[in-house]
Design a protein around this ligand. Structure first.
Ligand code: 4AD
Ligand code: MG
Length: 442
């Protein structure tokens, strides 16, 4: 007999009525007397029920079934048929079964486990249904991101991970020895992205970024992935429009392509379906008034904390841009303005031309960005005011010496975006191997 074709569960629809082989792992099993046995298999693309029926299935397979433990690896051959009660909508009538390995007693059983235990077993935990679904959605988001920029002819521009200086302030830098000098893991690819914008017009940086965040919150990782578009001849409003279209594309793509995974996660789809532009845009000053009214006052000049972000999300029920933040809480590179909506005026610069996008339902700031200072003298002053060394930024200042133009961009935090779209509570479940204050293993 010819060896039956191997198939993946997600493609089952193409093999209805055919004898095929699945290679996978045992999710769970149960027997109904001696004659019928059920084996639920996973193959990485989904779950499928297979049925061993005395008479249809080889006697060897009927005996081997008894040896199977959770996560044992197998090759199972049988006939596919539609079965609405099977996950995925297809079921296999088993003919034969080959054991690849009998798994030792698996530490993660269907019973409840504590998060600490699951985190220590992250290398196994990712096989579990909800983790699997969340990481499939992460991958879909990644695909949607590249698709968005490709359609708009952005060039992907890779920034270095090992850097000699800070982008987002010196308090969260991870230092490392770089031969005879000190280096830091990149907090953001932005400064290098600006180089790309001047060379290619519109670029995006996509890479890991690092922050020595000592806080334990559900939104902070020490290693996370950021997507940072940067566009020459673009102002603050252009950047908010790009961010809005970007988020809309990501959300709608995930809804279109990952409905089964969202269902596993019990995500309320109506919340996501309504995520369409235009998103509300409010100034920081307006935000302060809203927060006052909602009973979570914020002294002018302070950064938002979790309760403030949640309140702003509740106010609008969809992502909201907050722009014109107090300069004192923003990085050195922001273009400044003396008034909300006014042009950047050299001088006091009460406001930074920043824009943060706050996701609804307490998922917090998913985008941080804004318009960059394009004047060399102001920028040199800002570098000094922030206690940074001018020589570390000489190459960055060159961008302002040789054909400086207004330009803007933003950074999207991938894990916070995944958390929001999947509805998982904590960013640790949105990345295969989270790095946090007390988490370096596995
Ligand atoms: O607001 P941030 O710090 O902005 C920047 O780094 C800019 N240089 C980006 C740019 O304009 N090119 O970070 C951007 C986003 C945040 O909105 C958040 O979504 C995410 O990165 N982020 C984190 N995500 C997980 N854990 C952390 N510790 C994060 N810090 C920032
Ligand atoms: Mg920010």
């Amino acid at each position: 007999m010819e060896t039956p074709q191997r198939f993946y569960i997600e493609d089952a629809g193409q093999f209805d009525g055919q004898v095929v082989t699945i290679k996978g792992w045992v999710n769970h099993k149960r027997s109904s007397g001696n004659k019928i046995k059920f084996l639920v298999l996973r193959d990485g693309t989904g779950l499928m029920q297979s049925v061993l029926f005395q008479g249809d299935t080889t006697p060897d397979a009927m005996t081997d079934f008894e040896k199977l433990t959770q996560e044992s690896s197998v090759e199972v051959t049988g006939k596919l048929r539609k079965e609405p009660r099977s996950p995925g909508g297809y079921e296999m009538g088993v003919i034969s079964l080959k054991i690849i390995q009998i798994a030792e007693p698996y530490p993660i059983s269907p019973k409840e486990h504590g998060v600490e235990f699951l985190m220590q077993n992250r290398h196994l935990w990712v096989r579990s249904n909800r983790q699997w679904a969340a990481l499939r959605i992460r991958s879909e988001i990644t695909r949607a991101i590249h698709e968005f920029f490709e359609k708009r002819n952005f060039i992907r521009f890779d920034a270095p991970i090992l850097t000699p200086s800070a982008c987002e302030g010196t308090s969260t830098l991870f230092g490392t020895q770089y031969f005879d000098e000190k280096a830091y893991l990149s907090q953001s690819g932005q400064l290098y992205g600006e180089v790309g914008a001047m060379a290619f017009g519109k670029i995006y940086v996509y890479g890991p970024t690092f922050r020595a965040e000592k806080s334990k919150t559900r939104k902070h990782l020490t290693e996370f992935w950021m997507i940072e578009p940067e566009v020459a001849f673009a102002d603050l409003n252009d950047t908010m429009l790009l961010g809005e279209q970007f988020i809309e594309h990501i959300v709608q793509t995930v809804l279109a392509n990952r409905a089964p995974e969202l269902k596993i996660l019990e995500r309320d789809l109506s919340q996501l379906e309504s995520i369409k532009g235009p998103f509300p845009r409010i100034s920081y000053d307006e935000a302060v008034q809203i927060l006052e009214r909602r009973g979570v006052p914020l002294p002018w000049g302070d950064d938002f904390g979790a309760p403030h972000e949640t309140a702003l999300g509740d106010e609008f029920g969809k992502p909201v841009f907050v722009h014109h933040m107090p300069s004192q809480i923003k990085a050195f590179y922001f273009k400044q303005s003396d008034t909300v909506g006014g042009p950047g005026v050299e001088g006091t610069g009460r406001y930074a031309l920043g824009c943060d996008l706050i996701a609804p339902f307490g998922y917090g700031e998913i985008i941080g960005g804004g318009q960059r200072e394009e004047g060399v003298d102001v920028l040199r002053r800002r570098i000094a005011e922030h206690g940074l060394k001018e020589e570390d930024y000489s190459w960055y200042l060159d961008l302002r010496r040789y054909g400086s133009v207004p330009h803007s961009g933003f950074g999207l935090g991938l894990e916070r975006t995944v958390a929001w779209l999947t509805g998982v509570e904590h960013v640790r479940e949105t990345i295969p191997f989270p790095r946090m204050l007390n988490t370096l293993r596995p």
